[in-house]
Design a protein around this ligand. Structure first.
Ligand code: ZN
Length: 188
């Protein structure tokens, strides 16, 4: 039997660093590793899982709407450890793929945002957290007060975004910061 580890938390909480740290240790232990991330996450290089402190590891990029291509890849390239970054962007079938991997004795390490910008459970993450053997919830630092932060504050032109604001703004103009529960201004 395999093992499912979930690393969750807000933006800037070090999820990718923690995923990379665990993958690095598996590589040192001479385990065969495959790392995946959704193709919708194109903030950085398309071939590497990058983290904010610049550590990178090579990763296969998989379309977010097609988690089964992770399974196909693993069938052609047998591995003992699978890392999946930005898991919140994959569709719900990721839960079935992860379950299949664990059934096939693979150690699966998933990292992703547990909440969206409105503080709602994000995509497939709550499901994965429920069925995981181990959940690690990391915290960032509140951009307002410096306390531990668990929320993602979306700002448009410096003001808290509304629920009705478009998810993608042409030309940017929106940014995110970590906030604690007290400083988080929930979008209405
Ligand atoms: Zn705060």
């Amino acid at each position: 039997m395999g093992h499912l580890e979930v690393i969750c938390g807000s933006m800037f909480s070090g999820k990718s660093e923690e995923l990379i740290r665990r993958v690095r240790r598996a590589v040192i232990a001479r385990r065969k590793v495959g790392v995946f991330k959704p193709s919708t996450d194109d903030r950085y290089s398309r071939e590497a899982v990058a983290s904010h402190n610049g550590m990178t590891i090579e990763a296969a990029v998989v379309p977010a709407e097609d988690p089964w291509s992770i399974w196909s890849w693993v069938n052609e390239n047998p591995v003992e450890v699978v890392g999946i970054d930005e898991a919140q962007f994959f569709d719900a079938t990721l839960a079935q793929v992860v379950d299949r991997l664990v059934q096939h004795r693979i150690r699966v390490i998933v990292a992703g945002l547990d909440m969206d910008f409105a503080g709602r459970p994000f995509g497939v993450m709550p499901h994965l957290m429920a069925v995981a053997d181990e959940v690690t919830k990391l915290k960032a630092i509140c951009a307002r007060c410096g306390e531990p932060a668990t929320f993602n504050q979306r700002l448009i032109d410096g003001k808290p975004a509304k629920l009705s604001d478009p998810v993608v703004l042409v030309g940017g103009g929106d940014r995110y910061e970590a906030r604690c529960r007290r400083c988080f201004e929930a979008p209405l």
